[in-house]
Design a protein around this ligand. Sequence first.
Ligand code: C2O
Ligand code: CU
Length: 480
Amino acid sequence: MAHKAGMSPTRRQVLAGGLALGGAAALGGVPAQALGAAPGSRLEAALARVAILGLDWPETDAWAFGGRVPGQTLRVRRGEEVDVILSNALAEDTTIHWHGLRLPNAMDGVPHVTQAPVAPGETFRYRFTAPDAGTFWYHPHSRSYEQVARGLFGALVVEEETPPAVDRDLLWVLADFRMTRDGAIAEDFDNRHDLTHAGRLGNTVTINGMVPHEEGVRAGERVRLRLVNAAVARGFTLRFGDMRPAVIALDGQPVPVHAAPGGRIVLTPGQRADLILDFRGDPEDVVEVVDEHYRGQAYRLVTLRYRQEWPLRTQFAETPSLTLNPLLAEPDFDRAETYVVEMGGGMMSGMSSAIVDGQDTGLREMVMRHGLAWAINGIAMTHDHLAQPLMTLGLGRSYVLDFRNDTAFEHPMHLHGHHFRVLRVNGEKVPHAPWRDTVNVPPRGRAEVAFVADNPGDWMLHCHVLAHQHGGMMGLVRVD
Ligand code: C2O
Ligand code: CU
């Protein structure tokens, strides 16, 4: 799809190949923690040593929540309280943003906007009710292009009162790391190439924090697979051999059950998908899970191998569906006001200048002097000017955001505190108009979404390629 990835995949395959010799890494190894259910549980952001490359390789220095990458999976039931005390053992400020949660603004984790940054040695208590069942995640919103790339991210699963009947509930947190030859995380976080192109693409793709190899499955089992794209720049377009996964939710919100078009599951940074996978093969069959997001750079992400076990069943019941989360307000299309969101900048774009701190600034100077390369509606936003909103929306009113991408790169645009219905991409109707919190706007393309501005506060709207966000492609949407 889109443009070419900047880093060579050969390096990744060298690493993955090396690991393969050392034996299979077990997947699905993120234990479900009832952390969120224990009020006031601590979640520490700190340095940690983790086995990104697999258990046979030396550990890698990372930054982690609770000592692991991904951080502890938080699980609560819909309507229950998430109550987590972030304690900051890093040498710099941090916060936690709860991606996709429609929570009160003060809990949203955006430094200088919704809270003071959590300084080294300090704590902050996040406490809110999880309004929607689904698959969500959390990550810092302080210098996130570096903090997330060093390993600070984790999943938040909000369970339905009656979850669909499956044999296994499996979570894959997808991410990639840029590793040096010595197995360290490369420190080139703020470089101009990533800033002006596709962001920081890693060379080592991981599932649940480790380079994957094989995952055992059982004939006749039905699996709910929760996918989270926590990568700072990489998109994934996954195919599961010739299986036709059923999609039951996107970005945490249920969708009418449908087979993934062409069997492909697309996840740009920040996005999630919940799938039902029915394993109809026989013992010893294999399913190659392939990622073909970047043209000419398809690679095998992981192999699913049917174990030598008696099939669990030979007939599958109808695919279970999820019931819609309540409290999602339907936009009033007759009255909706439209805001155009023009996205410009980066290499190979027509944008020659943008407003930086109130001054018209040439692209070259933006890059060289300010570390900026992107703009929304002609403004390259810096954290110093973030207080001035891009738009002010009336509480309870309906809006259409019309994203127009005038750049050579795809931009997954994320709005905090709300879900929107994705109406059209490149002028074409999107089937089921799914509720999402992150919409991918294709290169030189367009996406239209609609929502009710029903959550008061100042909410970030930004590209989830985190180098783009940091490089100016962000702003505030004020709802009052
Ligand atoms: Cu997942 Cu503003 O972020
Ligand atoms: Cu972007």
